[in-house]
Design a protein around this ligand. Structure first.
Ligand code: MN9
Length: 305
């Protein structure tokens, strides 16, 4: 199935989920997140993915968050509902809900407790989930570092185009640039959203034109400039941006990407609360040091909140 025109190139953000200080959902912040994305050039949202701690929410909470995103986007952002979880049945029900409440597309990582062992198992499972919203484009979420499902994606894509009627592509969060190049070449009509922000320029040299990544919550303008530099043939500028992007991500890793990003967003005036267990917020001195170090890189989207 075709990918909506608006997200065929450019950046999609996977929004952080806002919680109150004691860890309950706080959907009242979502309008501010959406407005910020529109201002900074984001074209779509991948709701309740890894960055949004989707797998740490209850199914009811995932529905509530998605409904808030559809409302807050108000047609300005393409809304992709991530529905994957350990239960294929629940994922399928979330897909049906996503369609009912007006999401534009769905995505799913594979069940990761009893995991698919073969490509055939994976295709069958993804078809079952995607059938929950047959009219919506479906993206497979390949993130072996967290799902621990590491099946060859070229063989998967070859079979998925035949067997999953609404298959529209892959959110590819893995560092295998050889496989990614082969996917882009073999399936130029599918979307292959790149998912490792610190490798976006290398991925562009392998055919990437669109990406989904946590860093675009904080520094969309910087990453869009980096893409424009590459597209415009200014390799030196693109690689200078790339070096800064690598430094940026390296500063997020010690305290965890999601907790660090939430702390930085709070420092920018968009307080989305703490992450959920088992993640933890940096303590105030850690957060201050992190904010200082990242601010010095000069890539944050500083916005009136
Ligand atoms: O899916 C994100 N992956 C994870 C996207 O969170 C595991 C990425 O955007 C990373 O957060 C980013 C930093 O490593 O590349």
């Amino acid at each position: 199935m075709e990918t909506p025109e608006a997200i065929r190139s450019g950046l999609i953000a996977p929004p952080h989920t806002p919680f109150t200080p004691d860890g309950n959902l706080d959907t009242s912040r979502i309008v501010r997140q959406a407005d910020r994305f529109v201002r900074t050039g984001i074209t779509g949202v991948f709701v309740c993915g890894s960055t949004g701690e989707g797998l740490s929410l209850t199914s009811a909470e995932r529905r509530t968050v998605l409904e808030a995103w559809v409302a807050a986007s108000a047609g300005r952002l393409v809304v992709i509902a991530h529905v994957g979880c350990t239960s294929a049945q629940e994922a399928r029900e979330l897909a049906t809900h996503a369609k009912a409440v007006g999401a534009d597309a769905i995505g799913a990582l594979p069940p990761f407790y009893h995991s698919p062992a073969t490509i055939e198992d994976l295709v069958r499972t993804m078809r079952f989930i995607a059938d929950g919203a047959v009219d919506l484009p479906f993206y497979y979420y390949h993130i072996p570092m967290l799902s621990h499902v590491q099946l060859p994606m070229l063989a998967f894509a070859d079979q998925a185009v035949e067997q999953i009627p609404n298959f529209a592509g892959i959110k590819y969060t893995h560092n295998h640039l050889v496989e990614y190049t082969a996917l882009r070449e073999a399936h130029p009509d599918l979307a292959m959203f790149w998912g490792l922000d610190e490798l976006l320029v290398p991925a562009m040299s392998c055919g990437c034109v669109a990406a989904v990544g946590s860093c675009y919550n904080l520094a969309a303008r910087f990453f869009l400039k980096m893409m424009a530099a590459y597209r415009g043939g200014d390799l030196q500028d693109a690689l200078a941006h790339h070096q800064t992007a690598v430094q940026f991500v390296s500063k997020l890793l010690p305290l965890g990407v999601v907790p660090s990003q939430k702390a930085i967003l709070a420092g920018l005036g968009l307080d989305l609360g703490p992450p959920r267990l088992p993640l933890r917020s940096p303590d105030p001195p850690e957060a201050a040091r992190l904010f200082d170090a990242v601010s010095r890189l000069g890539l944050l989207d500083v916005e009136p909140q």
